[in-house]
Design a protein around this ligand. Structure first.
Ligand code: HEC
Length: 164
């Protein structure tokens, strides 16, 4: 009986530690937002040179601000860009669909903390291991540099998709 209780307790401990697995953290301190696939869709996109299909999602603050056309976006907004390899559907090759997962990226608005990069904190997690991108926090220069041409749109390329 005592043995069974001990086995039970160890199983509970194992389950507890599995459930509490910490999300990976980017070198600049931004942790992966595990709920990004439950957020609302802002837009899909397709990157020809990389052959990636993406969707851009946002937390409630971001979706509401984008729909209301508020610029710059307020603090607390988070946008996610999720990318998959574009693959032809074998049963219907002119249809291209998402294949293997490539990466998920985030832009987090905090005008104080991320003042130097337009108020946005950047983070990328690569592959099925969700490996944090960047040797150190300087990787953000690459992200910010490429997002600078859209500075007048609060550094965002994506606009909300329109539906009737
Ligand atoms: C070479 C240019 C380039 C670099 C570098 C780049 N991005 Fe982007 N990013 C884009 C473009 C273009 C889009 C528009 C959507 C798309 O391409 O799928 C975008 C979109 C995004 C979005 C969705 C919001 C928006 O602006 O549309 C996020 C989030 C994002 N990028 C994060 C990052 C992060 C994090 C990094 C660095 C680790 C990064 N980006 C580096 C070009 C770039």
């Amino acid at each position: 009986m005592r043995k069974l209780v001990l086995v039970g307790i160890s199983l509970l401990l194992i389950a507890g530690s599995l459930g509490a697995a910490e999300p990976p953290v980017s070198p600049n301190g931004i942790a992966l937002f595990p709920e990004y696939m439950n957020w609302r869709v802002i837009a899909p996109s397709y990157r020809e040179d990389k052959g990636h299909i993406r969707i851009i999602t946002g937390n409630e603050t971001a979706v509401q601000a984008l729909r209301a056309g508020t610029l710059p976006l307020p603090d607390g907004c988070v946008l996610a860009k999720v990318a998959w390899k574009a693959e032809k559907n074998p049963a219907f090759p002119v249809a291209t669909e998402p294949g293997a997962f490539v990466q998920v990226e985030f832009m987090v608005k905090n005008s104080e903390i991320y003042k130097k990069t337009g108020g946005w904190g950047f983070a990328r997690f690569v592959g099925n291991e969700l490996k944090p991108y960047g040797k150190d926090a300087d990787f953000v220069a690459e992200c910010f540099g490429c997002h600078t041409p859209v500075a007048s749109n609060d550094y965002l390329f994506t606009k909300s998709v329109k539906t009737p």
